[in-house]
Design a protein around this ligand. Structure first.
Ligand SMILES: [Zn+2]
Length: 452
């Protein structure tokens, strides 16, 4: 049987099986839903076995259980690891839902329910794509599944699970369906995510708050000094002036820049939506390149002195700021934090003392579009959606993807089929049925194309 025929013959069952997962209220943020977490994990194990996995089990972690499943095709064949999450976001405010969030309801060709897209719908596309490939004789790979129940609360147990089960999770490539496409008519694959470095800076001047009339003009004001130092970080051309900051930044290839240029983007509407008259960023790059493929520097908060009602003429003793840098792949957040610490210490005038404290950070991620598995996914999406997908980088971060690269040493293909209008995390989350079936087809075609 052909891939499309198999999907056509089984489409109702696929939706029913998705419904059986949706009805389980696996809200990881709520402690009282612990029993439903286990119930959802067990249901997934059943569904994996029914889809053709030879083994599927619920494995304990320090938090919610992980579902592990596998299908072994042969020692000499490549191995694909599917990562997904079975937990969902809370549903409040309930009154904004047009139908019960835990009762899948079909209206205008869409399934409405919490998890219809994120990530029960999308993980079902992966599993049914696997089943379709297997039953139509298109599967020439070993397939492993790891579904966690804590993604929506920051995956606190997954890194440890990966570290202790490295051998079990050994794979050639990881497939994840938990991101979105540009639109239903512009299919895309996410090929990059930015990293982050975050730190706090404390500037101390005099040993106490001073009278600005008695001391102003004679003593350095830590807030003034902090502002001068921060203002020196970004130059006129929008580039970060700290020496060595761009050392590890890899330039975009002309092929990637050409793809980014094809993403529909209305700059006038973008400015209007956020209420600014002019955009600003690094010279030589477009807005979409700046907010996804180039690093950035932002002061997230700044305080000190007197900020209450009325006025108080004070020359404060201390000034503070919280600062973040979005990083691009290959920039190491610890190295970047050190660069900034050295920079602020170097430029600080003798009139103040500066303390820089890194708080957290994470690495970016990039999937080379020349990777054979990427090419297989690209051709698969093109076959299912009728258009070559664009390679799109995202400005945000998905920490678990860089963890997979660091702990397991495996690249991830972000083969997501979400749409902006699916309203994930919001009331009336939905998933278009036509996209649900096309997603299944794309996954099945991936196995057809993928030779390792
Ligand atoms: Zn998700």
């Amino acid at each position: 049987m052909q891939i499309r025929d198999y999907i056509e013959a089984n489409k109702e069952r696929f939706v029913d099986e998705l419904g059986s997962l949706i009805r389980i209220q696996s809200i990881s943020a709520k402690v009282e839903n612990k029993p439903q977490m286990l119930e959802c994990a067990s249901r997934w194990a059943e569904l994996l076995l029914a889809a053709g996995a030879q083994r599927a089990e619920v494995m304990q972690t320090a938090g919610n259980p992980v579902v592990y499943g596998e299908y072994r095709a042969g020692e000499d064949l490549p191995t694909v690891l599917i990562y997904a999450h079975y937990d969902v976001m809370p549903v409040e405010p309930l009154e904004l839902w047009l139908s019960d969030p835990f009762e899948p309801t079909i209206r205008d060709g869409k399934i409405y329910a919490r998890g219809a897209d994120d990530d029960k719908g999308q993980s079902m596309m992966q599993v049914k794509g696997f089943e379709t490939a297997l039953r139509t004789g298109n599967l020439r790979a070993n397939v492993k599944f790891i579904f966690e129940g804590e993604e929506e609360i920051g995956s606190p147990s997954l890194e440890e699970f990966c570290k202790t089960h490295k051998e079990l999770l050994r794979a050639d490539v990881i497939l994840v369906s938990d991101t979105s496409m540009v639109s239903a008519d512009v299919p895309s694959l996410t090929t990059g995510l930015r990293g982050l470095a975050y730190w706090e800076i404390e500037v101390t001047g005099p040993n106490r708050d001073l009278h600005s009339g008695h001391f102003g003009g004679a003593v350095a004001n830590p807030i003034n000094v902090l502002c001068e130092m921060l203002a020196s970080v970004v130059g006129e051309d929008g580039r970060i002036t700290v020496e060595g900051f761009y050392d590890d930044v890899e330039e975009l290839s002309s092929e990637e820049r050409a793809m980014i240029a094809q993403i529909p983007f209305d700059e006038t509407a973008y400015k209007a939506a956020i209420g600014v008259r002019e955009l600003r960023g690094e010279a030589g790059y477009t807005t979409l390149e700046r907010n996804s493929c180039r690093p950035s520097f932002d002061v997230c908060g700044i305080w000190g002195g007197y900020t209450g009602e009325g006025s108080k003429t004070v020359l404060p003793s201390k000034a503070y700021a919280k600062i973040s840098c979005r990083l691009v792949p290959h920039q190491n957040h610890e190295k970047i934090s050190r660069l900034f610490e050295d920079y602020f210490q170097r430029i600080a005038p003798k009139s103040v003392r500066v303390k820089v404290t890194p708080t957290h950070g994470g690495e970016g991620y990039v999937c080379p579009i020349t990777l054979p598995a990427y090419r297989a996914a690209e051709a698969a999406v093109e076959r299912a959606f009728g258009k070559r997908p664009l390679a799109v980088r995202r400005g945000g971060s998905i920490p678990i993807i860089s963890t997979f690269e660091q702990v397991l040493g495996v690249k991830t293909i972000l083969m997501g089929f979400g749409l902006e209008q699916n309203a994930i995390h919001s009331p009336n989350e939905s998933c278009r049925l036509d996209i649900f079936y096309k997603g299944i087809e794309a996954v099945a075609e991936f196995y057809h194309n993928y030779q390792g």
